[in-house]
Ligand binder design. Structure first.
Ligand SMILES: *[C@@H]1O[C@H](CO)[C@@H](O)[C@H](O)[C@H]1NC(C)=O
Ligand SMILES: *[C@@H]1O[C@H](CO)[C@@H](O)[C@H](O)[C@H]1NC(C)=O
Ligand SMILES: *[C@@H]1O[C@H](CO)[C@@H](O)[C@H](O)[C@H]1NC(C)=O
Length: 978
C-alpha cells in the first residue's frame, strides 16, 4: 500500500485524491435577530452583536419592536458605515466589525414620515454593543508570512509539499521515490467532505483527512496494522528540521477511531474541533500537523518506524509489490503563497483586506497600511505616520541620504511638526505631509524622529521612528568601510565580519565549498555519510556509492540486488552470496563458476548426495517466499493475460529445478472453463485466499464436489501466492512417480485461469482440518482416540506425503495439524502449500516481536514460531529435516488433542527467546494422555542437529509399531472402564 515514496506520506496524499473537500469555517452566520436586552425608555433599545458577524447579518428589526413606520434611515452614530437599514426597517451589518476598534454604536434611526417635515420627526435610538469573540480577528503573524504568488496555477496550494524516500520492497528491490505536490491532483475529489484544515495564529497547520473508499481504507488499515503503537492505538511518522536551535516537527499520525482508543478522539478534537462530524465519521483518520516557522522552505528528515509486516503500495504502484522498509525519508515544505486576494491552504478563500493592506496567506489576517484599522483595514485611523526612504534599515548607513516622512491621516491639521534627535523642531503649518531629507547622515543623526500633528479640535497625535545607522554602505566592510565584500552565492555582507555565507560555502567571498566531511552553515557540521558516500555541502545529504542506500548510506542492498541505488539484479545461483557492491558471487560448496551454477564434479553418487543440500537450498528459498508471504513483484492486471509464464517465473524464483521439470503447456493441460464450475458457500477464508465449496462438471459429464481456492484480493501478493501454489501442485501432480489415488497430498483437479476468475480446484476434504477434528473429539469423548488419530500422522509421514516432498526437494514449511485435511474416507492429506495456509488455520501465529495474534486478528501473523525448528528460528533455514521437526510438533498436537503447543515459562516468546529455550534443551512437555513411546518418537524429531532427526520413512515405521502396541492396551483399558 505504500506508495512509492515514503510509505506514510504518499499514502496520505494518495488519500487526498478521494477525499479532498474543505469544510472549514463556513460559519453559518445566521445570528438572526438579536435579543432585546433592555428597553431603556421609549424609543431607546440595546442589542448586542458578536464582532465576527458577517456583513449581511441582521441585528435588529424595528418593525418587530413595533415602533417603526416605514421607511427608516440611519441619521447618526455610524460614520464609517458599519450598518445599514433595509427597506423593511431591519438594521443589518454592512461591513466587518472589530471590537478592539469600536465596541459600541449608538444609532439614531429616523422612522417614517420622511416627507412630512411639519410633524415632529420620530427618531429611535439603538445601542449596538459589539461583543468580543476570542480568537477574532485573526492575528497577522509575520513569522510565517508567505509570499504572494503572482504566477503559476491559480488552483495551487499555499504550500508545495515535496517528499522523498528510499523503499525496500518485498521483492527485494530498492525504489527511490520523489514527488512534489503543489496543487490538487486531477483525480482528487475536492468536494468530498473527508478533509478538513485548521490554520491558527501561531503558524500551525492541522489537517485531518479521513480514509474514504475501499482502496483508501485498505491502505490505511494495512498501514495502521503494520505500525501502530498498541498502547496508544495510533501510528505516527515524525519528521524534524535540522535547524541548530529548536527542533520543529512535522508529523503524520494515523488514528483508528474506535471505542478502545476513545482518548484519541479528544486529542484530535483539541486541534480540529468536531473533526469527526466534519469528516462524516470515518474510522481511519490521518492527522497532519506542522508549524511553519519561517517564510522560506523547510527541509525535514523523517524516521519511518519499522514495519511489523509488509504494506502494499497504493494503486498506481501496486505492481511494485509491498513495502518492507522505508529509509531516508524527507519532507520539504515551501510556502509558495496564494494569488493576490486569496488565502487558506487551498487558496480558495477571499481576502477582505482593503486600502492596500496585505492579506496573510494562512488565515486571511490583514496588515493595514498607515491610517487604517479594523479587521479589514477599512476603518479610518486618524493620526500621523512616520516613515523613511529608504525604508530598509540596511540601506541607512553613514553618509547615505535619508528622508523622513510625516504623513497625516483623516485629520484636519492645524500644525504638523517633526522633532529631530537633537531636540530641534521643524514645523509645517497646514498641509498633510512633511518630508525632511538628511544628506550625508552621520552617527550623531541616530535616534528618535517624532512626527506630531495637532488637529482643529486641539487633539495631538504623534508617531516616532528610531533611526539606527549602519557603519558602512552596502557591500563595504572594515573599520573605515574601505574594503569591498563582493560576496558570491547571494551572501550578505556584514561590515564587521564580511560575507555571511549560505550553508555549504566558505571563504572570504563564499567562493569555496565546505571541506570534505563537513557541511552546513560555516561548515560547522560533520557529515555522517558512510561507505565512501559523498556529502552535499549545503545540507549534508549523502549520495551513496554502489551497493548502499539509506539516509547515511549505511544500509547494504537487499540480498539479490547490487550496484548503484541497488538497481542491479544479482546473477548468483544456488544460494551463493552476492556482493552488494559489485554483484560478484561467493559460491556455496559444491558450486563454482561466475554465477555458481557449475558443479565441481559430477558422478552419479555425488549427484545424489548433492540433491539433499540442493533440496534444502531450494527449500529455503521456497520457505522464504511462503512463510514470509513475501517475494518478488508480479501480476497486476496484465499478468492475467499470461498466467503460465507468470506462474513459472514465480516458481523459478523459489524452485528452479521444479520449474524445469514442468512441461510447457501445463496450464492448458490443467485448465477448466469456469462455466463448468458452480460455486457454493465459503468454507475457509485467509489473508490471501479463500476456499469455496463448489461443484465441477468433469469431462465425462459427472458432477463432483471440489474445493475452489481463489485470490482474496486482486493484488500482487494474492496472485503471487495463488500462482506459486498452482505451480507447485502442478509440478507435484505431473511428476511421473506421483500416484493420485494413493497420495497423501491434497489432489489437484484443475485450474481456472480466466481474466476475472481464477481458481485452483482441489479435492474436497469433507472432514475439514485435523486440528478442528482433534478439538472436536476432545470435547466429545475424552482421551480414548489417540491410537486412531495417530494414523493421520502416519499418513503424513508416508511415502506419499513427506517422503514424496523430500524426493522432489520441496519443503512444506508449515507442517501442522491445521494444514492437514481429512477426507471423507478418513485419509489425512497435506494441504496448503504455504500459500493460503491461513485458510485452514485455527491456530495462533506469533509475530516476530513476540506479540501473539489470535485468529480474529490474523493480519499480523508472521511465523508459526512454536512449530519451527531451531535452525529455522536461528538462521531462517528450511529443509526437509525442519519439516520433520514440525512433524514432531504435529504429533504433539495429536497427543495433546489439538491444544496449542507452548514451551514452558514463556507464553509469547520472541524468535530469539524461543531459539534460546530450544538451545537449552527445553522441548514441548509430554501431554498427560501421551504414552512414553509416542513421546520418544516426537522427541527424536526435535534433535538439535538436523541430520540426527529420523527420515520420514523411519518415522512411519516407528509410529506404526507404536500404534500396534497401543491397540491391545487400549482394548484392555476400554474393558476395565466398562
Ligand atoms: C474551498 O474549496 C473546498 C473544496 O472544494 C470547499 O469545500 C470550500 O468550501 C472552499 N472554500 C471556500 C471559502 O470557497
Ligand atoms: C507567530 O507564531 C509563532 C510560532 O510560530 C509564535 O511563537 C508567535 O507568538 C506568533 N506571533 C503572534 C503575533 O501571534
Ligand atoms: C546625497 O545627496 C547629495 C546631493 O544632495 C549627493 O551629492 C550625494 O551623492 C548623495 N549621497 C548618496 C550616498 O547618495
Amino acid at each position: 500500500m505504500l506508495s512509492c515514496w515514503s510509505a506514510g506520506f504518499l499514502m496520505i496524499l494518495h488519500n487526498l485524491r478521494c477525499s479532498m473537500s474543505v469544510n472549514y469555517y463556513r460559519l453559518t452566520l445566521l445570528f438572526g435577530v438579536y435579543s432585546l436586552l433592555c428597553r431603556a425608555s421609549e424609543d431607546k433599545y440595546t442589542v448586542s452583536v458578536p464582532e465576527n458577524a458577517n456583513p449581511g447579518t441582521d441585528v435588529v428589526s424595528l418593525l418587530e419592536i413595533g415602533k417603526a413606520e416605514l421607511p427608516c434611515v440611519i441619521v447618526e452614530g455610524d460614520p464609517y458605515g458599519r450598518f445599514y437599514v433595509s427597506t423593511d426597517c431591519t438594521v443589518v451589518v454592512s461591513k466587518p466589525l472589530d471590537w478592539s476598534v469600536q465596541s459600541g454604536y449608538l444609532l439614531n434611526i429616523r422612522v417614517g414620515q420622511l416627507e412630512d417635515t411639519s410633524h415632529r420627526t420620530r427618531v429611535v435610538s439603538v445601542l449596538i454593543i459589539v461583543t468580543n469573540v476570542p480568537g477574532y480577528p485573526p492575528v497577522y503573524n509575520e513569522t510565517c508570512e508567505p509570499p504572494v504568488r503572482h504566477s503559476g496555477d491559480s488552483d495551487g496550494f499555499l504550500f508545495s509539499l515535496g517528499a522523498s524516500a528510499q523503499i525496500e520492497t518485498t521483492s527485494g528491490n530498492v525504489f527511490f521515490f520523489e514527488k512534489t505536490i503543489a496543487k490538487p491532483l486531477e483525480n482528487w475529489n475536492m468536494e468530498d467532505p473527508a478533509f478538513t484544515i485548521v490554520i491558527d495564529n501561531n503558524c500551525r497547520v492541522n489537517i485531518a483527512l479521513g480514509a474514504r473508499g475501499i482502496a483508501d481504507m485498505e491502505t490505511a488499515a494495512e498501514l495502521w496494522q503494520a505500525n501502530h503503537d498498541h498502547e496508544i492505538g495510533t501510528f505516527k511518522l515524525s519528521c524534524y528540521t535540522e535547524s541548530n536551535t529548536i527542533l520543529h516537527e512535522f508529523f503524520i499520525e494515523l488514528f483508528y477511531v474506535n471505542d478502545r482508543y476513545k482518548d484519541n478522539l479528544h486529542y484530535l478534537e483539541q486541534y480540529i474541533p468536531q473533526v469527526l462530524e466534519k469528516l462524516k465519521k470515518p474510522r481511519l483518520v490521518y492527522f497532519i500537523s506542522f508549524q511553519s516557522q519561517t517564510k522560506t522552505a523547510t527541509h525535514y528528515n523523517c524516521n519511518f518506524p519499522p514495519l511489523r509486516r509488509a504494506v502494499g503500495l497504493p494503486s498506481p504502484y501496486r505492481h511494485l509489490g509491498g513495502v518492507k522498509n522505508v529509509e531516508a525519508m524527507t519532507v520539504d515544505l515551501s510556502p509558495v503563497g496564494c494569488p493576490p486576494g486569496k488565502y487558506g491552504f487551498l487558496c480558495n478563500k477571499t481576502c477582505i483586506c482593503k486600502n492596500g493592506a496585505r492579506c496573510h496567506g494562512f488565515n486571511g489576517a490583514c496588515k493595514c497600511t498607515h491610517g487604517w484599522q479594523g479587521v479589514a483595514c477599512d476603518i479610518p485611523k486618524p493620526g500621523v505616520s512616520a516613515t523613511t526612504t529608504p525604508s530598509e534599515p540596511a540601506d541607512i548607513y553613514t553618509s547615505a541620504n535619508v528622508t523622513i516622512h510625516c504623513k497625516v491621516h483623516h485629520l484636519n491639521v492645524t500644525t504638523l511638526s517633526l522633532r529631530l534627535p537633537n531636540g530641534s523642531d521643524i514645523v509645517n503649518i497646514s498641509g498633510n505631509q512633511l518630508d525632511k531629507t538628511v544628506t550625508n547622515i552621520q552617527s550623531e543623526d541616530k535616534g528618535p524622529y517624532t512626527c506630531q500633528v495637532r488637529d482643529t479640535h486641539g487633539n495631538v497625535f504623534n508617531e516616532t521612528i528610531v533611526l539606527d545607522i549602519a557603519n558602512c554602505p552596502p557591500n563595504r566592510k572594515g573599520e573605515f568601510c574601505d574594503e569591498a565584500c563582493d560576496c558570491l552565492r547571494g551572501a550578505s555582507c556584514d561590515w564587521r565580519s564580511g560575507c555571511v555565507c549560505p550553508p555549504g560555502w566558505t571563504g572570504d567571498r563564499c567562493q569555496t565549498t565546505c571541506p570534505n566531511g563537513t557541511y552546513g552553515e560555516r561548515c560547522a557540521k560533520k557529515c555522517r555519510c558512510r561507505n565512501g558516500a559523498s556529502c552535499t555541502p549545503s545540507d549534508g545529504e549523502c549520495s551513496c556509492t554502489a551497493g548502499w542506500y539509506g539516509s547515511f548510506c549505511d544500509v547494504p542492498c537487499p540480498r539479490h540486488r547490487h550496484g548503484f541505488r541497488c538497481q542491479k539484479i544479482c546473477t548468483c545461483k544456488n544460494n551463493a552470496t552476492c556482493d552488494n557492491v559489485d554483484g560478484s558471487c561467493t559460491c556455496a560448496a559444491p558450486w563454482k563458476g561466475k554465477d555458481c551454477d557449475e558443479i565441481q564434479a559430477i558422478g552419479s553418487k555425488t549427484l545424489v548426495e548433492l540433491l539433499v543440500p540442493l533440496g534444502s537450498v531450494i527449500a529455503l528459498l521456497a520457505c522464504a517466499a511462503i512463510v514470509l508471504h513475501k517475494k518478488r513483484p508480479l501480476c497486476d492486471d496484465t499478468a492475467a493475460a499470461d498466467g503460465e509464464t507468470e506462474a513459472l517465473l514465480e516458481l523459478e524464483q523459489v524452485q528452479t529445478d521444479l520449474a524445469q521439470t514442468v512441461e510447457p503447456g501445463w496450464l492448458r493441460r490443467w485448465q477448466t472453463a469456469s462455466r463448468h464450475l458452480t460455486l457454493g458457500h465459503l468454507v475457509g477464508m485467509g489473508m490471501f485466499g479463500h476456499v469455496i465449496k463448489a461443484k465441477l462438471k468433469i469431462s465425462t459429464g459427472e458432477i463432483t464436489t471440489v474445493a475452489a481456492k481463489a485470490v482474496r484480493r486482486k493484488d500482487t501478493q494474492c496472485y503471487r501466492n495463488f500462482y506459486t501454489e498452482a505451480a507447485i501442485l502442478v509440478a507435484l501432480h505431473e511428476d511421473q512417480h506421483h500416484d493420485n489415488l494413493r497420495s497423501n497430498i491434497i489432489q489437484l483437479l484443475g485450474l481456472v485461469n480466466e481474466a476475472s476468475r481464477k481458481y485452483i480446484l482441489m479435492e474436497y476434504a469433507s472432514k475439514g482440518n485435523l486440528l478442528r477434528l482433534l478439538r472436536r473429539t476432545r470435547r466429545q469423548n475424552g482421551t480414548a482416540s489417540l491410537p486412531h488419530h495417530l494414523r493421520y500422522a502416519i499418513h503424513i509421514a508416508r511415502a506419499r506425503a513427506l517422503q514424496e516432498l523430500q524426493r522432489l526437494a520441496i519443503t512444506h514449511c508449515d507442517v501442522a495439524a491445521r494444514n492437514v485435511l481429512i477426507t471423507a474416507d478418513d485419509v489425512a492429506k497435506l494441504a496448503d502449500f504455504g500459500l493460503a495456509r491461513d485458510v485452514y488455520a485455527t491456530v495462533q501465529y506469533v509475530t516476530d516481536d513476540g506479540r501473539e495474534q489470535r485468529q480474529d486478528n490474523k493480519e499480523n501473523e508472521v511465523l508459526p514460531l512454536n512449530w519451527m525448528s531451531l535452525e529455522s528460528l536461528e538462521k531462517g533455514e528450511y529443509t526437509c529435516q525442519s519439516d520433520v521437526w514440525s512433524f514432531g510438533v504435529l504429533l504433539w498436537e495429536i497427543a495433546a488433542q489439538g491444544q496449542e503447543p507452548r514451551y514452558d515459562g514463556n507464553n509469547n516468546p520472541s524468535c530469539r527467546q524461543l531459539a534460546q529455550t530450544l538451545r537449552r534443551g527445553i522441548r514441548l512437555r509430554r501431554p498427560p494422555e501421551c504414552s512414553g513411546e509416542v513421546y520418544v518418537v516426537m522427541n527424536s524429531c526435535w534433535q538439535e542437529l538436523p541430520s540426527e532427526r529420523p527420515d520420514p520413512n523411519v518415522l512411519e515405521e516407528k509410529l506404526q509399531q507404536v500404534q500396534h502396541a497401543m491397540i491391545p492396551r487400549l482394548l484392555i483399558e476400554m474393558e476395565t472402564a466398562v
